[in-house]
Structure formats: structure tokens, C-alpha cells
Design a protein around this ligand. Structure first.
Ligand code: PBG
Length: 343
């Protein structure tokens, strides 16, 4: 005899005894049985920073997203704090004249993200600052690493990344987020932080970062799409792979990462679920620029209901096991969640 089916009592043609719809009938009962929740505490807001004062430069492929000068980035940090968003991720639009083959602006202690970090720190807010460790906003060729004899040179890049990480820690970044996908970067950065007295600086590694077409609008925002020569497939992961993502994430944790990230987000929920279940470490998802652009295009056309679809897209990350989500929708969602809570 086979095992009893849970539906055995439901006799066709008669009335069902088991009615899954009972608990769905009211807002209060739906809330009571909800298995996952989305809260403002889950959000990290990525912001693009540009030189100047009182500057807002729209990013064409990301409607509603602007590059902000440092003073306005500080204002955004105040806004985020008031909304209860726990952390910001800052990305620089680097002046093209400062982009070099050796990415030297990445380790200038007065570069744009370091200035923005210090300015936000001075405001003394209850908010974390995440900085990307990768060379792409600083290289003349738009790659995340140093290009030597036509190849992205792993170990030479590590030296540059360590220098970059140290100026960022010095500027006051709370979380360093290596997004370059070089081998051994987390260990190299962690060792340098320990030796340099930055024992409390957290590392959120972009552990499973795929070579994805969904990053296009981001590269517009940081100004690397026109400079990028070739693609990033010799260092970012192949979309065909899952086991490899687990090995990458396990390695980064062993090398001293405190948190790991999966990127892109929605098309990679399977990866997020496997990593969060197998490794039981704080795991984040990045709802990347292309996902934002897709949703915004449909929302602006009136094809999708913005408030509902955005919250639903983020709840999907929670269901898959995310501890939190980097999303350009962070302030919009924080407001939406607050409005729902107050009726
Ligand atoms: C840089 C970096 C990228 C993103 C975050 N950090 C782009 C890339 O790797 O080409 C993408 C974020 C997004 O698309 O929103 N290494």
C-alpha cells in the first residue's frame, strides 16, 4: 500500500474537508500564516555618486535613478536613515580623465567614494556604508582587474584590490564588498585588514557573481559601458553553473567573508536558495540594474502595478532564503511598507 495522500479525505463530487482557502479569507489571517516577511531591515540601497555640488544626473537606462553629488548623497543617507534602511552601497561615476590602465584612482584616499563615505560618516547616522572593491570604475578598459598582455592578471589585481580596500576602510566603510571575482581576493583583503588594524571591517563578498547581460544599465551609471573592451567571462561565472557557485561561496567564507552575495537576483533564485540552505551564512541578493530597468519599463508603461510588483519581487528573495537585498527600489519599498503598516 502506498503512503496515504494528504488529499485522501477529499472526496470528489462531495464537499472538501480540507480547504486551504480558509486561512486566506482575511488580511489578518493571511498575515497570521505568512511564512516569510519583507521588512525595511532587509534593504540595502545602492547609490551612484558624482563630482560637484548640488548635482543630480539622471541615468537614462534606470528611470528614477540619479547620480548624486556628495552633498546630495549625504541628504540621501539622511533620508535612508529616517526610513529605517540599514545600509547604503556607494558606487562612483569616475571622471573619464582619471581612468587609467593601472586604476590608480581606486587607491587614492581622496577619491569620490572615499570622500562620500567620510561625508556620510561625519553626519553620524545610524546607517552602514558598503563599498565595492573592484577596479572597473577606475580602469581605462572598464575591466574589474588589471589587463596585462591581453589577460586579466589575477595576482597583480589582488595587490591593487588590497590597496583599494585599505583606503576604503580608512575612509570609514563598514562593509567591503569585493565584486571583482579574482581568485583569493577575500583572503588577501582580510589579511591586510587584520594586519592594518581594521579587524571589525566586514566583508560581504560577491561570491557567486555571474557574467550577466543584466548589468548593462549599471555600466551606464558608472560610465564603464563605453569603455569596456570585450566581456567579463574569464572571471565572472558562467550562467550554466550551480555547484561552482557553492564552491565559490564556501571559499569566500573560509577566506574570512562575513556575508555572501548572489548576483544577479531574480533569474538566480535557485542559486540563492542552495547557497543559503547549504552554507547557513548571511546571504544577500542583488536585484541588479537590468532587473530594475525591466520592472521600471513595464511600470512606466502602465503594464505592471509598481507598488505591488516591486514588493512581490523582493518577497521572492526572502522566500528563497535571502538575509537581505540590494535594490534600487529600497526607498520606494521602505515607503510602501510603512504606508501598508499604517493602513
Ligand atoms: C562592478 C559591479 C557591477 C555591478 C556591481 N558591481 C558591474 C559589473 O560587474 O560589470 C552590477 C550592479 C548592477 O547591475 O546593478 N564590479
Amino acid at each position: 500500500r502506498s503512503l496515504a495522500s494528504p488529499l485522501e479525505n477529499v472526496s470528489p463530487g462531495s464537499f472538501p474537508l480540507v480547504r486551504p482557502r480558509r486561512v486566506r479569507q482575511a488580511n489578518w489571517s493571511r498575515r497570521l500564516v505568512a511564512e516569510t516577511r519583507l521588512s525595511v531591515d532587509d534593504l540595502i540601497w545602492p547609490i551612484f555618486v558624482v563630482e560637484g555640488e548640488n548635482q543630480r544626473v539622471p541615468v537614462a537606462s534606470m528611470p528614477g535613478v540619479e547620480r548624486l553629488s556628495v552633498d546630495l548623497a549625504v541628504a540621501a543617507a539622511h533620508e535612508a536613515t529616517e526610513l529605517g534602511i540599514p545600509a547604503l552601497a556607494l558606487f562612483p561615476y569616475t571622471d573619464p580623465a582619471l581612468r587609467r590602465d593601472d586604476a590608480r584612482e581606486a587607491f587614492n584616499p581622496d577619491n569620490l567614494v572615499c570622500k562620500a563615505t567620510r561625508a556620510i560618516r561625519e553626519a553620524n547616522l545610524n546607517i552602514g556604508i558598503v563599498l565595492d572593491v573592484a577596479l572597473d570604475p577606475y580602469t581605462s578598459h572598464g575591466h574589474d582587474g588589471l589587463l596585462i598582455e591581453g589577460r586579466i592578471a589575477n595576482d597583480e589585481t589582488l595587490e591593487a584590490l588590497v590597496k583599494q580596500a585599505m583606503v576604503q576602510a580608512e575612509a570609514g566603510a563598514d562593509i567591503l564588498a569585493p565584486s571583482d571575482m579574482m581568485d583569493g581576493r577575500v583572503g588577501a583583503i582580510r589579511r591586510a585588514l587584520e594586519a592594518g588594524g581594521y579587524r571589525d571591517t566586514m566583508i560581504m563578498s560577491y561570491a557567486a557573481k555571474y557574467a550577466s547581460a543584466f548589468y548593462g544599465p549599471f555600466r551606464d551609471a558608472v560610465g564603464s559601458s563605453s569603455t569596456l573592451k570585450g566581456d567579463k567571462r574569464t572571471y565572472q561565472m558562467d550562467a550554466a553553473n550551480t555547484d561552482e557557485a557553492l564552491r565559490e561561496a564556501a571559499l569566500d567564507l573560509a577566506e574570512g567573508a562575513d556575508m555572501i552575495m548572489v548576483k544577479p537576483g531574480m533569474p538566480y533564485l535557485d542559486i540563492l536558495q542552495r547557497i543559503s540552505q547549504d552554507l547557513r551564512a548571511p546571504t544577500y541578493a542583488y536585484q541588479v540594474s537590468g532587473e530594475y530597468a525591466m520592472l521600471m519599463a513595464a511600470i512606466q508603461n502602465g503594464w505592471l502595478d509598481g507598488d505591488r510588483v516591486v514588493v512581490e519581487s523582493l518577497l521572492a528573495f526572502k522566500r528563497a532564503g535571502a538575509s537581505g537585498i540590494l535594490t534600487y527600489f529600497a526607498p520606494r519599498v521602505a515607503r510602501e511598507l510603512r504606508d501598508r503598516a499604517t493602513g
